[in-house]
Design a protein around this ligand. Structure first.
Ligand code: ADP
Ligand code: ADP
Ligand code: ZN
Length: 221
């Protein structure tokens, strides 16, 4: 199976596409954002430490997120991983390469989801998710069929993230440009980079990603 990274700024559509790949291909989504949000509700020491950092829009330390990924890789014996929101720094990218190598796995494709900065404010301020099944919605582009009720599981537990406001987004974008965007060059140099148009409708982005997966799988032989 295929291991991929979805790379892009906050609101690019990484989570939306990862969920589809899980459903259609049985891949395993590893979202460090989801793991960290879980940790903060668990009330552990680590959870308390990261809550403030996340709400500000800063990155959590490499040590913490690399530890989370290491745990999940050890607990999942198959492959077919979607790294969603990880790596976000060069140190994380190096650590992931080492972890994959050590466990006899490879990276097949890094998919850069390219979007306009201007589109991101709308994407982020309109986002809400189902607290039960994790489905991702948007006030304008992806509303629920029935107001207040999740289409997938029928739950009424629809939530907005504490960091999905304009001020925090500005800081998250700054972190993205300073620390994460160098990964585009890094993976290009490794020969792993593919780029899709993240501004296209969700189905078109999905089709483009399917095309990349086909190419990556063929390239591997
Ligand atoms: P988005 O979906 O908006 O890109 P995520 O859910 O991936 O956001 O991440 C939310 C927050 O969690 C980030 O702003 C950051 O504080 C923290 N975080 C998530 N993944 C990482 C990571 N790989 N390294 C450092 N911090 C992370
Ligand atoms: P990320 O995980 O990269 O932060 P999400 O998948 O959570 O991004 O998407 C951010 C918001 O944009 C969500 O409200 C989602 O419904 C919406 N969205 C995702 N992809 C598209 C798209 N191609 N066109 C329009 N809206 C989208
Ligand atoms: Zn649901």
């Amino acid at each position: 199976m295929t291991n991929i990274i979805l790379l892009g700024p906050p609101g690019a559509g990484k989570g939306t596409q990862a969920r589809r790949l899980v459903e259609e291909r049985g891949m395993v989504q590893l979202s460090t954002g989801d793991m960290l949000r879980e940790a903060r509700t668990s009330g552990t020491e680590m959870g308390k430490k990261v809550a403030e950092v996340m709400d500000r829009g800063d990155l959590v330390t490499d040590e913490i997120v690399i530890g989370l990924i290491e745990e999940r890789l050890a607990g999942n014996h198959g492959s077919g991983f979607i790294f969603d929101g990880f790596p976000r720094t060069l140190a994380q990218a190096d650590a992931l390469g080492a972890l994959l190598g050590r466990t006899g796995r490879q990276l097949d494709a890094v998919i850069e989801m390219r979007v306009d900065d201007e589109a991101l404010v709308d994407r982020i301020t309109g986002r809400f998710t189902c607290g039960q099944c994790g489905e991702v919605y948007h006030d304008k582009t992806q509303p629920t069929a029935k107001e207040g009720v999740c289409d997938v599981c029928g739950s009424t537990d629809l939530r907005r993230r504490a960091d999905d406001n304009e001020e925090s987004l500005r800081q998250r974008l700054m972190e993205y440009y300073k620390k994460t965007s160098p990964l585009i060059g890094y993976y290009y140099a490794l020969g792993d980079l593919f780029t899709v148009d993240g501004l296209a409708p969700i189905e078109d982005v999905a089709a483009a990603i399917d095309g990349v997966l086909k190419q990556a799988e063929a390239g591997r032989g």
